[in-house]
Design a binder for this molecule. Structure first.
Ligand code: IMP
Length: 209
């Protein structure tokens, strides 16, 4: 049995967008989300070699520092023909300037240099971790598979959204409204995005209905 999340929860992020999204998702369950930024907690170094390890490092550091249960996530894009790159380095490929046009161009260049046959398969992954001050942890993952398309299409999303065409759909993530991507269907059917799928798994295990 997974441990339930109740009362106050630290969201181990200094990213205002992520905090806002998590607050929205958690509000219906009566969870009071406070951010690591608001509590003035330090940001640990992400030294893990997997998404799950990095999510756990962030959640455990915040749980210890705040003496409250803490939640963290780590996500990225993995390209099959590039051996899973950029993977945990997805943000870093965009550099200090957060230049995702350049990061997407690099992916296309490397796929061409490798002589990779199309379709260029890839997936987005989101690892979520919850850590309690007594050391207990829970971990969840969500994934969405698709093809990469060039040139990039759509300006609605962020990051690598414009090159990701999810299986079975005709629009890239960059051509979709945020709700189409991230919504958690009220009828219990499967969400689309990696992040929403991971949250569905967490909600089923750790949040009261
Ligand atoms: P982090 O989880 O904040 O470390 O960010 C991982 C990186 O992966 C982000 O900078 C994004 O570029 C990329 N990424 C993660 N999820 C998505 C998504 O849903 N769309 C586009 N890019 C994403």
């Amino acid at each position: 049995m997974a441990r339930r999340i109740e009362g106050r929860l630290v969201i181990a992020t200094h990213n205002a967008g992520k905090l806002w999204e998590m607050r929205e998702l958690l509000a219906p369950y009566g969870v009071d989300a406070v951010s690591a930024g608001e509590l003035g907690l330090p940001e640990p170094e992400e030294t893990g070699t997997t998404f799950a390890a990095n999510a756990l490092i962030k959640a455990q550091a915040a749980a210890r520092a705040a003496n409250l249960p803490a939640f963290a996530d780590d996500s990225g894009l993995c390209v099959a023909a590039l051996g899973g790159a950029p993977g945990i380095y997805s943000a870093r490929w965009a550099g200090e300037q957060r230049d995702f046009a350049a990061a997407m161009a690099r992916i296309e260049r490397e796929l061409q240099a490798a002589g990779a046959r199309q379709p260029w398969r890839a997936y987005f992954i989101s690892a979520l971790a919850v850590a309690w001050p007594d050391g207990h942890t829970e971990e969840f993952e969500g994934r969405v598979d698709g093809d990469l398309v060039f040139p990039p299409r759509g300006a609605k999303g962020f990051g690598y959204d414009p090159i990701f065409l999810p299986d079975g759909l005709a629009k890239t993530f960059g051509e979709m409204m945020s709700v189409e991507k991230h919504a958690i269907p009220a009828d219990g059917s499967r969400a689309l995005s990696h992040r929403a799928r991971a949250f569905q798994a967490l909600a089923r295990a750790c949040l009261a209905p």
